[in-house]
Design a protein around this ligand. Structure first.
Ligand code: DGY
Length: 336
């Protein structure tokens, strides 16, 4: 049974493990950290320099970064390092040097499962908004350019009955597939490196295809749910975009570097792709000026998990990992 009491309840405040939190977190998570740890919080949400994080690695037992913070080898290799656990606030860990963590015996954890449903909602929102030209319409209306209903005004792409290709059928990919099939009458195809959860496949009546190329060729919509790794970088490049159906729509709520943004902009400018919906970008928070200038892209500022429920759950999961570690147990979401 999980032990829910803090491992530090009996320790005086000065004897408690020292935790360095890199970003401002939701208030309930900060209160829980304050109650159990000697916690350094970041109320102004300032962005710390690498030097500051290296100093933190020397002075604290734990560092809590988020998915946008770099945790390079300099932190794990810091002379006089005190830090023994890096408890990431978020699922993606592409900015943490896991190899350096392993080499130095530092534990790393993440927060899977806490944000699945909310991120799947954002993927569907982008799919629908891109298909039905929602941002374009709102911009027109707010700009005072709407001339009224006309039979040919802002015609979009029908979602019902269309085929959705899911690239990566993990938790979030499966949740998008379920919504698309059950809620919007879509046919679902998928590729995944491992056999996925059979219940999720059944729920969406999803069919596996043998290659990404085949999935791209058969799909009207493609939604990306793969992790960022050297082998997935630019998995959607010019050659793969050329395999997509004319008029297809690409949705990305996973990581920006899965897509070659310049090749995507080319395809959107030429009209080979009808539209795209993006919540993540290659160089966040910078967004390609070409994408910004296109009217057929819906752009969101990495909002996938941005509900109070998800963010608090992510913090609780992070704390569960910290508590287990300081209790001398293996944290449930250990990735290194
Ligand atoms: C994650 O946890 O990896 C998400 O991108 C945060 O929204």
């Amino acid at each position: 049974m999980t032990n829910t009491a803090s491992p530090n309840d009996n320790l005086s405040p000065s004897a408690r493990p020292r935790v360095f939190v890199v970003r401002r977190l939701p208030a309930p998570n900060e209160a829980a950290l304050r109650a159990s740890y000697d916690a350094h919080l970041n109320p102004t949400d300032e962005t710390y320099s690498l030097d500051r994080l290296v100093d933190a690695a020397r002075a604290y037992d734990a560092i809590v970064p988020t998915v946008v913070d770099d945790v390079p080898s300099a932190i794990f290799d810091a002379p006089g390092r005190r830090v023994r656990i890096v408890a990431n606030f978020g699922v993606g860990f592409d900015r943490i040097d896991l190899e350096a963590a392993r080499r130095n015996g530092v534990v790393v954890t993440n927060t899977p499962g806490a944000l699945t449903e909310d991120t799947a909602d954002v993927a569907m929102m982008l799919l629908l908004a891109a298909a039905r030209r929602a941002s374009e319409g709102e911009r027109q209306l707010r700009g005072g350019e709407w001339e009224g209903w006309r039979p040919t005004h802002l015609l979009g792409t029908r979602v019902n009955g269309a085929t959705l290709g899911i690239v990566g059928f993990g938790r979030i990919g499966g949740a998008v597939a379920r919504r698309a099939h059950r809620g919007f009458g879509m046919r679902v195809l998928y590729v995944n490196p491992r056999p996925p959860d059979p219940r999720a496949v059944l729920d969406a009546r999803a069919d596996e295809v043998t290659s990404l190329e085949e999935l791209l060729a058969q799909s009207d919509f493609v939604s990306l749910h793969a992790p960022s790794r050297p082998d997935t970088r630019h998995m959607i490049d010019a050659a793969r975009i050329a395999r997509m159906r004319p008029g297809a729509i690409l949705v990305n709520t996973a990581r920006g570097d899965l897509v070659d943004e310049s090749a995507l902009a080319d395809a959107l400018e030429r009209g080979h792709l009808a539209a795209a919906g993006l919540d993540v970008f290659e160089r966040e928070p910078q967004v390609s000026p070409r994408l910004l200038s296109l009217s057929n892209v819906v752009l969101l500022p990495h909002l996938g998990s941005a509900t109070t429920a998800s963010r608090v759950a992510m913090g609780e999961r992070m704390l569960m990992n910290l508590d287990a570690f300081f209790r001398g147990q293996s944290p449930p979401d250990r990735i290194a």
